[in-house]
Design a protein around this ligand. Structure first.
Ligand SMILES: Nc1ncnc2c1ncn2[C@@H]1O[C@H](COP(=O)(O)OP(=O)(O)O)[C@@H](O)[C@H]1O
Ligand SMILES: CC(C)(COP(=O)(O)O)[C@@H](O)C(=O)NCCC(=O)O
Ligand SMILES: [K+]
Length: 253
């Protein structure tokens, strides 16, 4: 089995790929996610399987990297740590320093380019942070935007004001003119998230040298996507676990 791990700043997503079955992208034998705390408490849901190698995207810092390295070493699983590069799997990374690009964003772009070849797209990953990245039909990663994630936005209001409570979104809530505080907070955060995504698509569509007749796709992923999508007023595709799909592409290179 090939183990794919996407260690984000809130959750660790994982998937097991049975490479003997020549699976399609996203066709996994097992997959799931655990919190950092669950992982710290020794939860390794992949440990019941025979794993030949692991490919890991870690953007959650060196302490988690050490925990992951030690855990995988205890299980005798060799690890390949993803580092963003200038080019890989059809993506040309135009970050000023290519290695500075979050490897989760790099893997996400690789995944979306593999799933939607010859398509320009904006890919929004709504996680701890919300990243919104632009990739041309030729696979050029132009660059992107980083904003606080939905939960971070709402928490920052609660932590930095005297009267605002801590609230979480629910999938039934959308950005609207709310008439009570909790809904007004969620609405404002949803409007900021959805508005940023819509602005990115609008601006990317207006770029003169996109040289494609097709308008860019809008692809949305990440743990908070289900809360933000109902407020999106533009055509979009919801695709989960793009980082893991990107790791699956990279592992097969
Ligand atoms: N009920 C909720 N309300 C708002 N945001 C939520 C809620 N549940 C999950 N989230 C969002 O999903 C994020 C986790 O999604 P994930 O893509 O796994 O993040 P990461 O990759 O940064 O670890 C949380 O940080 C939070 O922003
Ligand atoms: C922006 C991120 C924190 C997003 O991580 P996540 O929200 O998935 O935990 C991560 O992509 C990152 O650490 N990037 C490095 C800086 C950059 O991409 O420019
Ligand atoms: K992420």
């Amino acid at each position: 089995m090939l183990l794919l791990i996407d260690a984000g700043n809130t959750r660790i997503k994982w998937a097991l790929v049975d490479t003997n079955q020549a699976p399609q992208l996203g066709e996994w034998a097992q997959f799931g996610s655990i919190s950092h705390q669950e992982f710290a408490d020794e939860a390794t849901p992949w440990s019941g399987f025979v794993v030949q190698r692991a490919v890991v995207s870690n953007v959650a810092g060196s302490a988690l990297r050490t925990q992951l390295a030690e855990s995988l070493q205890r299980q005798n699983i060799p690890v390949e740590w993803l580092v963003s590069q200038a080019a890989c799997a059809g993506i040309k990374n135009q970050y000023r320093d290519p290695t500075q690009l979050g490897c989760d964003r790099f893997a996400t772009a690789i995944a979306a380019h593999a799933l939607f070849p010859d398509q320009a797209f904006i890919v929004a990953t709504c996680g701890t942070a919300t990243t919104i990245d632009a990739v041309t039909a030729e696979g050029i990663f132009i660059g992107g935007m980083i904003a606080p994630g939905l939960k971070l936005m709402a928490q920052s209001l609660a932590q930095n004001t005297a009267q605002l409570p801590s609230v979480l979104a629910s999938a039934s809530m959308t950005a609207h003119f709310a008439n009570y505080t909790e809904a007004a907070i969620v609405s404002g955060c949803l409007a900021a998230q959805a508005g940023a995504i819509e602005l990115a698509v609008r601006n990317f569509s207006a770029m003169p040298d996109l040289n494609t007749a097709m308008p860019p796709l809008c692809i949305v992923s990440g743990g908070a996507a289900k809360y933000i999508i109902p407020s999106l007023g533009i055509p979009h595709r919801s695709v989960d676990n793009l980082v893991l799909i990107g790791l699956q592409v990279i592992a097969s290179c």
